[in-house]
Design a protein around this ligand. Structure first.
Ligand code: HDE
Length: 695
């Protein structure tokens, strides 16, 4: 690893000389720098001299610090960790990382938004990338997925169109990181295959509370291949041990202002306090006969296999336990590529996957500037890399010997210390699965979609009907919000015509929310089926709705006069349940408690709104409450917590503040010392119709 001691590539010298107490500052050539404060001038008030190589080198390097950001997924946060296999899977794959129970493989995982630039906020309504690099002993395997199991398009050729439409509009240069504009909805409404993904994109999945509370998916159907060459189809799933949790839209919008780095900070802080986020990796494994029995095509990336039809089998866990040392060197320079695959795993003919196999290598050359980007520490395999590729920009390795071609007959007697170099290994090497994905894989060269990809609505309908009632209301309201931002009336109408195919009730709710007549259904290429709902698709009341404060942040608002014993009891109880108490007070220096002691605040009230927490408690005395009644931020603190359906614990004396904030009694509004910790693990969605109009 390169360090600031410049010990990489220069023989381990650290430029520390005997007797020095600090390391010496040097130029990039290793020349000690005598003065880092003043540039070289001809006289104290004279001109700056061009010969000041220390100045010129420093500015030259600075001028070139930025590299092109990713065209998609530019905004991301990442962490190191490991994958641990639950069992030996050699019956279905020869992949080394699944070869024995308990085997650990290092990983680097990057989460991202899709549409915004690198400096955009963490909480737009957007799909999240979920990319994992496994540094296996057989080379790097990149599982480059999303937090949603389907995609907008079926063919890679439509990807540039999709991304152009969702990014800021070409003429105006806005909106940043938002799909609520004409060009996106124009495009997707003309692409009925995107309808299923639109349902997911408008659901609570695209406004996750934390990166730690999201699922991940490989999306495409892949293959596992065992030592005998037998192939099994698989879909990959990541399930968060932390459970799933999302925000509501009003909350996500306010978080964007309160803390644009909300999710990056959350990931850092969780790892920093030793609360390492964990996901279980699972597979849906199936054979050709099962694939043929389904009413859709497993090569179509706009379709899922419901878990009720084919359960997810857990095969290991991923723990993220180390935040990167350097954001640029690691998170920015990591280069994922779906084509990075190891023996025992293989692709299918999914046309979107096949297009991706080209794109990522190509984009890394543009972004990182050299074909040698694989040598960067974050991208380098942790097993030997040996071949005859040579040279290129930024070659960091120093290959020895004459053998840079193969076959060769060089050996040690030929005065070549390295011999003839590495040789191919037919037995252990990667071999492509020789079979076919479908019976009619070969045919005429045609630009065509198969008939089996034609049903764009049945699974969209299934998704909507599988959600819990509050989630359905959020989805319908998200559509109303997005469509109300459009300037083009005909696009709105076309989206609704597609929605009629999904579910006439949903379409009517959206039409009512927009105060528009419901158009006739758009033509559908295939009859729309009523599939059984899949409760596993729910967040609310779903299998990963954990009702816990473990790993969650509880904001505790205090002021002068707060009861010391009550505060200690509450913070103790929150910690005991695995939560993090965060003290918020009008002044960051703290508040004077009932016993005269001063309690420091973690956040000042203006900078600590309740949107930053999973649940809140307002622990104030009569004196403190009287002060807070005159502070808009305190009233907003309670109002937003209530409006975002969070549990509110309170002292008796806090009631006037709750009244002023419009907080009405319900199961989630409880005395701080009576059951608050138990109540704080969930949201009170029943409350929502009291606080906002939902579609
Ligand atoms: Fe990507 N995608 N993508 N994508 N994608 C990139 O590669 C692309 C697709 C995904 O944290 C780019 O290194 C094409 C599906 C993630 O660094 C680029 C198509 C899925 C990340 C690219 C797709 C993804 C990317 C931009 C259609 C979910 C971020 C920068 C065929 C399974 C990885 C880069 C990270 C990044 C191309 C579709 C996920 C341009 C052409 C489907 C998580 O190569």
């Amino acid at each position: 690893m390169a360090t600031n001691k410049r010990d990489a590539g220069n023989g381990g010298e650290t430029h520390q000389i005997a007797g020095d107490t600090v390391e010496r500052l040097t130029t990039n050539q290793g020349i000690p720098v005598s003065d880092n404060q003043n540039q070289l001038k001809a006289g104290a008030r004279g001109p700056v001299l061009l010969e000041d190589f220390v100045l010129r080198e420093k500015i030259f390097h600075f001028d070139h610090e930025r590299i092109p950001e990713r065209i998609v997924h530019a905004r991301g946060s990442a962490a190191h960790g490991y994958f641990e296999a639950y069992e030996d899977l050699s019956d279905i794959t020869r992949a080394d990382l699944f070869s024995e129970k308990g085997k650990r493989t290092p990983v680097f995982t990057r989460f991202s938004t899709v549409a915004g630039g690198a400096g955009s906020v963490d909480t737009p309504r957007d799909v999240r990338g979920f990319a994992v690099k496994f540094y296996t002993q057989q080379g790097n395997w990149d599982l480059v997925g999303n937090n949603i199991p389907v995609f907008f398009i079926q063919d890679a050729i439509k990807f540039p169109d999709l991304i152009h439409s969702v990014k800021m509009e070409a003429d105006k240069g806005y909106p940043q990181a938002a799909s609520a504009h004409d060009t996106f909805w124009d495009f997707v409404s003309l692409m009925p295959e995107s309808t299923h993904m639109i349902m997911w994109a408008m659901s609570d999945r695209t406004i996750p509370r934390s990166l730690r509370t999201m699922q991940g998916f490989g999306i495409h159907t892949f293959r596992l291949v065992n030592a005998e060459g037998k192939s099994t189809f698989v879909k990959f799933h990541w399930k968060p041990k932390q459970g799933m949790a999302s925000t509501c839209w009003d909350e996500a919008v306010k978080i964007a202002g309160a803390d644009p780095d909300f999710q990056r900070r959350d990931l850092f802080e969780a790892i920093d306090r030793g609360d390492f986020p964990e996901w279980e990796l699972g597979i849906q494994a199936f054979d050709e006969a099962f694939a043929d029995s389904l009413p859709f095509d497993v090569l179509d990336p706009t379709k899922i296999i419901p878990e009720e039809l084919l359960p997810v089998r857990p095969i290991g866990r991923m723990v993220l336990d180390r935040y990167p040392d350097n954001f640029f060197a690691e998170t920015e320079q990591v280069a994922y590529c779906p084509a990075n695959i190891v023996p025992g795993i293989d692709f299918t003919n999914d046309p979107l996957l096949q297009g991706r196999l080209f794109s990522y290598l190509d984009t890394q050359l543009k972004r990182l500037g050299s074909t040698n980007f694989h040598q960067l520490p974050i991208n380098a395999a942790k097993c030997p890399v040996m071949n005859f590729q040579r040279d290129g920009h930024m070659q960091m390795a120093v290959p020895k010997g004459r053998a840079n071609y193969e076959p060769n007959s060089l050996d040690q007697s030929d005065r070549d210390p390295e011999g003839g170099g590495p040789r191919e290994c037919p037995a252990q090497g990667f071999t492509t699965f020789a079979g076919r994905d479908t019976a009619n894989e070969q045919g005429d060269k045609l630009r065509i979609r198969p008939e089996s990809f034609a049903d764009h609505y049945s699974q969209a309908r299934m998704f909507f009907r599988s959600l819990a009632a509050p989630e359905q209301a959020h989805l319908a309201s998200a559509l109303v919000f997005e469509l109300s931002k459009l300037g083009l009336e005909h696009v709105r109408v076309r989206v609704m015509a597609n929605l009629v195919n999904v579910d006439p009730v949903l379409a009517q709710r959206v039409a009512d929310g927009l105060a528009m007549p419901l158009p006739k259904a758009s033509p559908s290429a295939a009859p729309v089926q009523d599939m059984d709902p899949s409760p596993a698709l729910r967040i609310i009341e779903g299998p990963l709705d954990l009702a816990t404060i473990d790993g969650r942040a509880i904001g505790i608002l205090i002021a002068d006069g707060t009861d010391k014993a009550a505060l200690d009891a509450l913070t103790g109880a929150v910690k005991k349940a695995g939560g993090t108490p965060v003290i918020v007070a009008p002044k960051v220096g703290g508040a004077k408690l009932s016993d005269g002691s001063v309690q420091k605040a973690d956040l000042q009230l203006q900078g600590g709104p309740s949107v930053l927490f999973d649940a809140v408690a307002i622990l104030v005395s009569e004196e403190g409450c009287a002060v807070l009644l005159k502070e808009g931020a305190a009233v907003q603190f309670a109002m937003d917590a209530f409006g975002h359906c969070k549990a509110i614990g309170h002292s008796e004396a806090a009631k006037p503040l709750l009244d002023k904030a419009g907080v009405e009694p319900d199961d989630g509004v409880v005395p701080a010392d009576k059951g608050f910790v138990g109540a704080a693990g969930k949201r009170y969605w029943d409350r929502e119709p009291k606080v906002r109009m939902l579609a």
